[in-house]
Design a protein around this ligand. Structure first.
Ligand code: AMP
Length: 192
């Protein structure tokens, strides 16, 4: 199994974010799960990759040529794919992965996890999508998503597809056992 980790190209303000990235990378390797990620050596991205490698895990990077310098492509990965565009990067990461976990991160991280989660809602794939909520980082986002469901722009079943966990091992277990619900996206157009 391979799990994709989306996370900040910055390390964030608190040491606990990096510690969580290290814990997740280590837990993936110890669970025999390969890591797919954005291929950078900086920020939390570098931390999760280094930890997985240090624990003997497989790490596959996917980085666009245009960012290989800016995000400092990691040189020590099991495999590094260099793509022509950001769209190709995300498509390849999705194809190579059996589930998606977001650690804390910025706009790029949010965009990536929202994209795979929206694909899941549309039934384009049946893989798990989750937020690893470190030190309450995603609390306000999770609250807002409840508001989105409450205002009927999203079904509660789709809101609930996004797994929110605080413990890396528990998140990996939930990805391994995930079963996608069969629910159509639109509200008020038939039973599901
Ligand atoms: P960030 O969370 O903004 O630090 O970015 C994390 C990762 O997301 C980095 O590898 C960025 O290259 C990537 N990224 C940034 N913006 C986008 C975007 N619009 N679409 C896809 N990936 C992005």
């Amino acid at each position: 199994m391979h799990l994709c980790v989306f996370c900040g190209s910055n390390p964030g303000r608190l040491p606990v974010y990096r510690e969580a990235a290290v814990a997740l990378g280590t837990a993936l390797a110890e669970s025999g799960v390969g890591l797919v990620y954005g291929g950078a050596s900086v920020g939390l991205m570098g931390a999760v990759a280094d930890a997985a490698l240090a624990a003997g895990g497989e790490v596959i990077g996917v980085i666009p040529q245009s960012l290989a310098d800016k995000e400092l492509a990691h040189k020590g990965l099991t495999e590094q794919h260099v793509t022509q565009s950001m769209h190709e990067r995300k498509a390849l990461m999705a194809e190579l992965s059996d589930g998606f976990i977001a650690l804390p991160g910025g706009a790029g991280t949010l965009e990536e996890v929202f994209e795979v989660w929206t694909w899941a809602q549309l039934g384009f794939h049946k893989k798990g999508c989750g937020l690893l909520n470190i030190a309450g980082y995603y609390d306000q986002l999770v609250g807002f998503l409840d508001h989105v469901a409450g205002e009927q722009f999203m079904k509660t079943a789709h809101r609930d597809m996004l797994i929110v966990e605080t413990d890396p091992n528990r998140m990996i277990e939930r990805m391994q056992t995930y079963e996608a619900p069969v629910v159509t996206k639109w509200i008020g157009r038939g039973e599901n």
